[in-house]
Design a protein around this ligand. Structure first.
Ligand SMILES: Nc1ncnc2c1ncn2[C@@H]1O[C@H](COP(=O)(O)OP(=O)(O)OP(=O)(O)O)[C@@H](O)[C@H]1O
Length: 302
């Protein structure tokens, strides 16, 4: 039996429309399935936790955005069952990062006609006082987290999304975050070494390049079981950080001397005082964090 988890609100209602198109397909009517809708934050995770124990479920299909996929990945515990994704969110970085190119109908047909054969390795992170959680795209501390926090709290967000100007809120939030941001001094422990870095604006560890709605923020990241790709931005002026974000659009930020890119097997980050983080757009606070790539793959169809 297929388990469909649909966030009707993702993409400001776009996921609902995607689901309605799929619902009309003969193949949807003909398969054995259970379709559940999320009603509020956290539902994706709790549905996944509940149904992980149901041995009748042979494939999970998520229709929504990255936040919904993030919740389902964090709730699902039976790794023998594939989890496929049909993007209906506003950012859809996971779909881009895993090379999904099909429209929803093709994607659906592919999922139900073929065995899921593409492995995907989530990242995991554990803050000093929290439990381990997975991320499907990336975890970041610094300016990206501050921007996500401001954007999530903004009253303009729903409004601008409605007018299909969702990217504008991110830009407004980014400018606000830059004006307020205090660079951090951090200690990174990875690959057997310890590195102190001063005046850090951002540290991001990623499973694939995409973040922030289709931007190749961590350009050297690949889907693989061994390494996480890390980006550090440091010793940069406020003016230049704005330029940097413009360069991200064209993938040129990697050539700035203030941008460091490297690979880690696993990494611990220590910051001098608690800072904001974002993992797939979900925000929180941490001071120390252990990050790694999951060794065990989840299978997806694309
Ligand atoms: N029915 C619902 N109403 C409001 N929020 C919901 C509902 N169901 C789930 N959520 C929450 O909405 C959050 C955002 O959803 P999601 O990320 O899937 O869409 P999005 O933000 O439009 O897309 P993307 O993350 O790709 O930009 C999820 O993290 C989830 O916690």
């Amino acid at each position: 039996m297929y388990l469909l988890i649909v966030n009707p609100n993702a993409g400001n209602g776009h996921a609902k429309k995607v689901f309605e198109r799929i619902q009309k397909m003969a193949s949807y009517q003909n398969i054995e399935r259970k379709t559940l809708f999320t009603n509020q934050p956290g539902d994706g995770q709790s549905i996944a936790e509940t149904y992980s124990k149901n041995e009748l479920i042979k494939h999970v299909i998520v229709i929504g955005g990255d936040g919904t996929m993030h919740e389902v990945m964090n709730g699902w515990s039976n790794q023998a069952v594939p989890i496929s994704f049909i993007p209906g969110g506003s950012g859809n970085d996971f779909a881009k990062g895993t090379g999904q190119r099909n429209n929803a109908e093709k994607q659906w047909q592919n999922i139900i006609s073929n065995p899921a054969k593409h492995p995907f390795w989530n990242g995991s992170f554990q803050p000093e006082n929290g439990r381990e959680k997975k991320f499907i795209n990336s975890i970041g501390i610094g300016i990206d987290a501050a921007t996500t926090e401001i954007s999530n709290q903004s009253r303009l967000k729903g409004w601008l999304n409605h007018l299909r100007l969702g990217k504008l809120i991110y830009l407004i939030a980014l400018i606000q975050a830059i004006l307020r941001f205090q660079p951090m001094n951090i200690r990174l422990m990875y690959n057997g070494m310890t590195k102190h870095i001063e005046n850090v604006w951002m540290v991001s560890a990623a499973n694939h390049p995409y973040c922030g709605g289709g931007l190749k923020v961590v350009p050297h990241a690949t889907v693989n079981p061994n390494d996480l790709s890390v980006l550090v931005i440091h010793q940069i002026s406020k003016k230049k950080i704005l330029l940097l974000f413009l360069l991200v659009i064209f993938g040129l930020h990697r050539y700035l001397k203030e941008v460091e890119l490297f690979q880690v097997k696993e990494m611990t980050i220590e910051v001098e005082s608690p800072v904001s983080y974002q993992a797939d757009g979900e925000t929180g606070r941490l001071q120390t964090c252990y990050i790694k790539r999951d060794k065990q793959a989840v299978y997806i169809n694309k």
